[in-house]
Design a protein around this ligand. Structure first.
Ligand SMILES: NC(=O)c1ccc[n+]([C@@H]2O[C@H](COP(=O)([O-])OP(=O)(O)OC[C@H]3O[C@@H](n4cnc5c(N)ncnc54)[C@H](OP(=O)(O)O)[C@@H]3O)[C@@H](O)[C@H]2O)c1
Length: 261
């Protein structure tokens, strides 16, 4: 049974994606710092398919535990680096951005995804697997006040691009989900009514399209992937049959030369 690691899956996009994959037959190994919320998220999941490993992704022993739990569940086919830190709310301008906050943002948004990728890259290569690094439009747009989070996501984009070039047998995506009605988004817009933002579940079909169709490594926006669904005459909220990212064992010809099973 194929295994996905999804960081930050107690709520928001991580949880919505984990649910969709578990329902499609994957084993999903997930984390979040607040264990109680994470365990509560398992409610209604297919039995045994949502494996919780509470902890902070910046903590090396926790990352090792997460990787070991995933390895124990089967071949690791997908790593989705989704957990993220906004930084102070409201976000300060760069000239006044506290150094320790900047370091904390980069620790979660850049350094931890790289470290976790390093831990499981041999597994991913064996499976000709996929890395999805969850990015943001703040990585490419210069919004005032977004210098900490935005620059960290820009770094994550470049990490994704270089990893993709270094490992052509993998698919490595920087994935921009667009605005979503989540806790992180509310932190970014403190005191504002964000009820007009779409629910994270509306973005999941875009993730499934990446996993199902495996386009070349690169940067993808959910809005474009969902629009492509519409252009093909398929309802964006539905998952086209061809896109079903069914859990699968890696086929022998998926294996890059020189990588042992
Ligand atoms: N929401 C938006 O509008 C938006 C827009 C563009 C991009 N994004 C990106 O989309 C992704 C998902 O965001 P979201 O809006 O769904 O966020 P969210 O609802 O706030 O969920 C964040 C998840 O990450 C976990 N988390 C945070 N820090 C962690 C850490 N250090 N270690 C382990 N888990 C951690 C949280 O649980 P705990 O707090 O218990 O740890 C939670 O499960 C992020 O990469 C974000 O940057 C979001």
């Amino acid at each position: 049974m194929a295994v996905a690691i999804i960081t930050g899956a107690s709520r928001g996009l991580g949880l919505a994606t984990a649910r969709a994959l578990a329902e499609a037959g994957w084993s999903v190994v997930v984390d979040a710092r607040r264990g109680e919320q994470l365990r509560a998220a398992a409610d209604g999941m297919p039995a045994g398919r949502f494996i919780t490993v509470p902890g902070d992704i910046t903590d090396p022993p926790h990352r090792a535990e997460l990787a070991a739990a995933a390895r124990g569940a089967g071949p690791i086919t997908l790593l989705m680096n989704n957990a993220s830190r906004l930084g102070p709310s409201p976000q300060p301008g760069l000239a006044a951005y506290p150094q320790h906050d900047l370091e904390a943002v980069y620790a979660v948004n850049v350094l931890a995804p790289v470290a976790l990728t390093q831990l499981v890259i041999a597994d991913l290569l064996r499976a000709a697997g996929t890395v999805v690094n969850v990015s943001s439009d703040a990585a490419v747009e210069a919004y005032a006040g977004w210098g900490g989070y935005g620059s960290s996501k820009a770094a994550l984009d470049q990490v994704s691009a270089i990893l993709g070039v270094e490992h052509p047998s993998l698919r490595v995506y920087a994935f921009d989900p667009g605005d979503m009605r989540t806790e992180l988004h509310q932190q970014a817009f403190p005191g504002e009514d964000i009820s007009d933002r779409p629910e994270p579940a509306t973005v999941v079909p875009a993730v499934l399209r990446l996993l199902g169709q495996r386009p070349p490594s690169g940067r993808y926006r959910a809005a474009d992937l969902l629009a492509a669904d519409l252009a093909a005459g398929e309802p964006a909220a539905d998952q086209p049959a061809d896109d079903q990212p069914a859990a699968r064992e890696p086929a022998a010809d998926d294996l890059p030369a020189g990588v042992a099973r």
